[in-house]
Design a binder for this molecule. Structure first.
Ligand code: TMP
Length: 200
């Protein structure tokens, strides 16, 4: 079996910047690396992503579509890659559903847990890098970024709920999560990421 690594954090935490470096580090150790993302990662998943990021919808509809995209992603990409020994790096996974749909939008956590059991069975990431920044930093970074999607237009209160759930999940699952202070200078964050990846 390969390894399943996920990246999480609020919008604006800067996680995606580190993906090319992580891929290069893992590849330099001789691993096959599959870099993917959620929502997305398959042709159908990418079509669902376009709907999820730009259409207004009920929060439970949103949750179901996230898990529909995830099922497709696991069945067609993640599980086969892990089975052949590859390293799978996913920009977001189910922790994001707990943070955004449950934490910020109020979807019942137990419903999400049911979908998680159905869609994932016993699949969980081996390691999750949580890029943590104060809410003000995230909001400020988003304000100066590209045209915001539906999620990126949300308020500081919304992001504060997301951060709380992410940190809570990290404290509840210390063996899986590595919290990265992503408010540090980029060179320091890069070093922290490299240290963590060297242990995976
Ligand atoms: P990204 O901008 O990091 O690619 O993520 C896309 C957006 O989708 C981001 O604002 C978080 C949101 N999202 C959820 O709300 N729930 C989920 O389960 C996932 C995977 C992403």
């Amino acid at each position: 079996m390969g390894k399943f690594i996920t990246l999480e954090g609020m919008d604006g935490a800067g996680k995606s910047t580190h993906i090319p470096n992580i891929i290069a580090l893992l590849a330099s150790r001789g691993h096959e690396v599959i870099s993917t993302r959620e929502p997305g990662g398959t042709p159908l998943g990418e079509r669902l992503r376009a709907l999820l990021l730009h259409e207004s919808m009920d929060a439970e509809t949103e949750t179901l579509l996230m898990f529909a995209a995830r099922r497709e992603h696991i069945a067609r990409v993640i599980a086969p890659a892990l089975a052949r020994g590859a390293y799978v790096l996913s920009d977001r996974f189910t922790d994001a559903t707990y943070a955004y749909q449950a934490g910020a939008k109020g979807v019942d956590v137990e419903k999400i847990a049911q979908l998680e059991r159905w869609v994932q069975a016993d699949l969980q990431p081996d390691v999750t890098l949580l890029f943590d920044v104060p809410v003000e930093v995230s909001v400020q970074r988003l304000a100066s970024a590209r045209t915001p999607d539906k999620f990126e237009r949300e308020s500081a209160d919304f992001f504060s709920k997301i951060r709380t759930i992410y940190l809570q999940r990290a404290f509840d699952n210390p063996a899986r999560f590595r919290i990265i202070d992503a408010n540090k200078p980029l060179s320091e964050v890069k070093k922290l990421v490299e240290e963590i990846i060297s242990t995976v």
